[in-house]
Design a protein around this ligand. Structure first.
Ligand SMILES: [Zn+2]
Length: 159
């Protein structure tokens, strides 16, 4: 596993084949599959999901249920709750991982580095001083600090 990351160029990647042909951010109505899909929380207009290939531990995303690409197409209810859920994510990550900073943002469009361009999603990434330097020292080899299933259980409990 060799990965090199830049949080604003990196996006959600599917596990391949499993949901071929469908949008990875369009959720089933039935929440039974949420643990498998790493869905942490369902709000009224948006949900919170872990990134399958986290930039740092607990890298999560907030996305609307609605399949919309443009921030300007989102309703005030959608955008307001998106930010509220981002706050919850930040609080949960502060509580669990004691990070030194955060990147919170949207990659909109191909030029901005969005991997999934037709369903907007807000990234919440915990940061530590030197975390990128650490990676380059490791000769472009990405070391995941924690198993995703562990991250999911810990964050699920806080959400
Ligand atoms: Zn979608």
């Amino acid at each position: 596993m060799d990965f090199i990351w830049s949080p604003w160029r990196y996006d959600y990647v599917t596990s391949g084949g499993k949901r071929q042909g469908s949008c990875v951010f369009c959720l089933d109505k039935d929440p039974a599959g949420d643990p498998d899909r790493l869905v942490l929380f369902r709000g009224a207009h948006n949900f919170v999901i872990l990134n399958l290939f986290p930039y740092t531990s607990g890298h999560l995303m907030v996305a609307p249920y609605a399949h919309i690409a443009a921030l300007t197409d989102a309703t005030p209810d959608q955008t307001a709750e998106m930010m509220t859920l981002a706050q919850r994510g930040v609080r949960a990550l502060e509580h669990l991982y004691k990070p030194e900073g955060f990147n919170v943002g949207l990659n909109l469009g191909h030029a901005a580095g969005a991997g999934v361009r037709d369903h907007m999603h807000l990234h919440v990434v915990a940061r530590w001083v030197g975390d990128t330097n650490f990676m380059s020292v490791l000769a472009e080899t990405r070391v995941l600090p924690e198993e995703l299933s562990t991250t999911y259980s810990r964050l699920k409990a806080v959400f």
